[in-house]
Design a binder for this molecule. Structure first.
Ligand SMILES: Nc1ncnc2c1ncn2[C@@H]1O[C@H](COP(=O)(O)OP(=O)(O)O)[C@@H](O)[C@H]1O
Ligand SMILES: [Mg+2]
Length: 239
């Protein structure tokens, strides 16, 4: 199993009250899966992504990446692992403002100590892949929201991560730009990427093969619709 959460809780303390943002969550994802996560506001979706992507540590429980318990890692080890194995796409893009698309995308490679020329080559290739070959030298302010999110997708992929996490990647986009991002994520999944994506839009969730629903910090439903379709088509073939 690529990623496993074992009995994971994340508690926040506000004065005397304990907020159980995640409450004894068990979850696993295999390589190549595309999982959509839905649930009401405040149900724990973002906290789940943060804990699963090692950005935050759980209060209780274990997070295992390729069988290794990453909750035992210190801050430096976690940062190194995240840089190498995790891509993250945010609703607000989170690009560096006065920095070109090319430099935004190559930033994770600097941390990974990749040489200048190799960095440039790989970043250019990745920007071409997301359809921005002609906008590499533009800063975020010179790009539309949809284009900025495509830069963020390129940045998330540049280190060839094991898992890509996306927190409402189309939440700030118009319909057309949202459709572009949906298509991009669909293609990444076809290429074999593992993707875990939070969304509140049904049509965005539909591009994933599995839907996990959160309520009050717990997973209340976990269904693979890809599998269902396969089953029914097999039945049809037999009859
Ligand atoms: N840093 C924090 N400090 C205190 N409470 C938090 C913090 N982050 C999230 N919460 C609380 O945890 C719960 C889950 O939040 P979140 O994971 O952001 O939900 P969602 O992404 O589903 O809207 C909410 O009640 C939220 O207010
Ligand atoms: Mg959220």
């Amino acid at each position: 199993m690529l990623l496993q959460l074992e009995n994971v809780s994340k508690h926040y303390h506000l004065g005397d009250t304990v907020i159980r943002a995640l409450d004894q969550v068990n979850f696993f994802v295999a390589a190549g899966e595309f999982v959509a996560i839905m649930g009401a506001s405040g149900s724990g979706k973002s906290t789940f992504l943060q804990v699963a992507s090692m950005l935050a540590t759980p209060t209780h429980g274990k997070v295992l990446l390729n069988g290794k318990d990453v909750t035992t890692y210190n801050e430096v080890e976690r940062a190194r692992l995240r840089n190498k194995e995790i891509g993250f796409i945010f609703q607000q893009f989170n690009l560096l403002a006065r920095t070109s698309a090319l430099d935004n995308v190559s930033l994770p490679l600097i941390y990974a100590k990749v040489s200048d020329s190799e960095r440039r080559k790989r970043s250019e290739e990745m920007l071409k892949k997301v359809g921005l070959g002609d906008r590499m030298n533009n800063t975020p302010a010179q790009l539309s929201g949809g284009q900025q999110q495509r830069v963020a997708v390129a940045r998330a992929l540049i280190n060839d991560p094991l898992i890509v996490f996306a927190d409402e990647p189309t939440g700030n986009l118009d319909t057309k730009s949202g459709d572009d991002i949906k298509e991009l994520l669909t293609n990444l999944h076809k290429e074999g990427r593992t993707i875990i994506m939070v969304t509140h839009e049904e049509d965005v969730a539909k591009i994933a093969q599995r839907l996990v629903v959160f309520r009050d910090g717990k997973i209340v439903s976990d269904q693979s619709h890809g599998t269902k379709k396969q089953r029914s088509s097999r039945k049809n073939n037999k009859s």
